[in-house]
Structure formats: C-alpha cells, structure tokens
Design a protein around this ligand. Sequence first.
Ligand code: B1M
Length: 212
Amino acid sequence: MEILNNISQALQKGKAKDVKAMVQEAVDAGVSAEKVLNEGLLAGMNIIGVKFKNNEVYVPDVLIAARAMKAGTEILKPILVEDGVQAAGKAVLGTVKGDLHDIGKNLVGMMLEGKGIEVIDVGTDVAAEDFVSAAVDNEAQLICCSALLTTTMGEMKNVVEAAEAAGIRDKVTIMVGGAPVNDAFAKSIGADIYTPDAASAAEAALDAIKNA
Ligand code: B1M
C-alpha cells in the first residue's frame, strides 16, 4: 500500500510532521492501526536499524527517526487503547538501568492499557530497586522490563533478585522483553514470562493477572 510505504520513507528521513499527517490520513482512509504500526512505522524503523548497524546512518539520524515514530504512535495510541476496559490490574513498566531505548517499552505500555491494565511507567535507565519500590508502592501485580542492549539485558536478573530481597517475589509476575531477550534467557534469570512483541506481552499480562 503506497501510504504505508510513504510513512516508512518519511520516518526514515525523520519527517515527524509528514509522518503524523500521513498516519492520520491512513487511519481516516480506514487502514487499521495495527497495519499502520507494523507496515508503516515499524517497517521504517527496522530499515533505520539495519542502516545504523551498517554505519549508513548515525545517532542523530536515528534520534530524528525515533521522534517521527513517536509522532506517528501518538495518533495511533487512542485507537490502540480504545478496547480498554476497567483497570484489570497494575503493571510497573520500564527500561532497565543503562538503557535509554523507550519506543518498544512505550508500545508495550499502550497495548497493556488497551487490555485495561493500569501502567505505572517508571521510564528508562531504571535501577532494579526502583522497579521493585514502584511495585510495592502501587501494589502492582506485574513488573515489566524492557532492554534493547546486550550490555543491559543482564540488569533484568537484578530486578528478579531485588524482588526476592524485598520479599515480594511470590506476589509479582516478572515479564521481560526487548530485541536481545529470548525465552531461554528469561528462564535463566528466573523471570516468569518472555514475550517477543507488545501485543503478546499484553495478552500474557492479562492472563497472568487473571490467574494470579
Ligand atoms: Co540504539 N541500538 N543505541 N538507539 N537502536 C539498537 C538497539 C541496536 C540493535 C542498533 C544496531 O546496532 N543495529 C544496537 C544494540 C546492539 C546490541 O546491544 N546488540 C544499539 C546501540 C548499539 C545503541 C547505542 C549504544 C549507540 C551508541 O551510542 N553508539 C546507544 C545506547 C544508548 C543507551 O541506551 N544507553 C543507542 C542509542 C539509540 C538512540 C537514542 C539513538 C535511539 C533510541 C531512541 C528512543 O528509544 N527514544 C536508538 C534506536 C532508535 C535504535 C534502533 C534503531 C531501533 C530501536 C527501536 O525503537 N525499535 C535499534 C535497532 C533495531 O532494533 N532495529 C537500536 C522499534 C521498537 C518498537 O522495537 O524496542 O525492539 P523494540 O520493541 C519491540 C520488541 O522488542 C518488544 O516489543 C516491541 C514490538 O512490539 N519489546 C517487548 C520491547 N520491550 C518489551 C518488553 C516486554 C515484551 C516485549 O515485556 C515486558
């Protein structure tokens, strides 16, 4: 679909205003929010990721692409969360210490809200103890950790250990995700659930709350 390709191209060039306008245009034309997200915004961001890896683009290019991505997701957010029902439970959500990537985390947050889960977003670069104190303060059933760097994914183990040390390990479900994370890693650090994307994270989160 041409509009989705145009969104991807504009995102790669960091044209936030154009991305915002085209996302709105696609939605108005009846293209589903999921399709705009996956085949427009995320498709463009994946290409940026490959170019970044190959040194064809640099940090400033990636930052403006990320800003354009944010402009597009702001349009989609009300649609992605509109199915939301009354708060089913609470989740503390953040990106682990040392890691500033927040686009995937924010998508996970939107999808959780779409399932009626209240999200306490503790931000990026979050220390293990801060995930745990936010869970205690808010009586959250879930701690959701995102990591995008192989150098920071190990922080997730510290979150599991901090929950044990605070005596809340049996009261919270710890969910992990992010590009370098997988199921075997999640098991190896004692986390409860790994999911590969934001939509399946939200499904699994709701199941975990219902089964708690
Ligand atoms: Co960064 N970066 N970055 N970066 N960056 C990656 C991750 C990298 C793979 C690029 C590459 O080399 N190809 C690479 C990591 C390599 C590695 O560790 N193996 C990398 C690097 C090296 C770095 C720096 C070190 C670069 C530098 O400074 N030299 C630096 C680190 C800064 C830091 O964090 N301390 C850095 C900086 C940045 C920017 C600031 C420029 C920017 C972030 C802007 C922002 O987030 N606000 C940035 C970006 C944008 C990227 C890429 C291009 C895109 C990431 C992204 O947002 N993807 C990325 C390459 C890539 O991934 N292709 C890259 C879209 C997003 C929707 O996907 O976050 O994976 P993702 O989320 C997915 C799933 O993973 C999942 O759901 C989402 C989809 O539905 N998911 C979960 C995420 N969290 C989940 C939690 C769950 C469940 C699922 O449960 C709780």
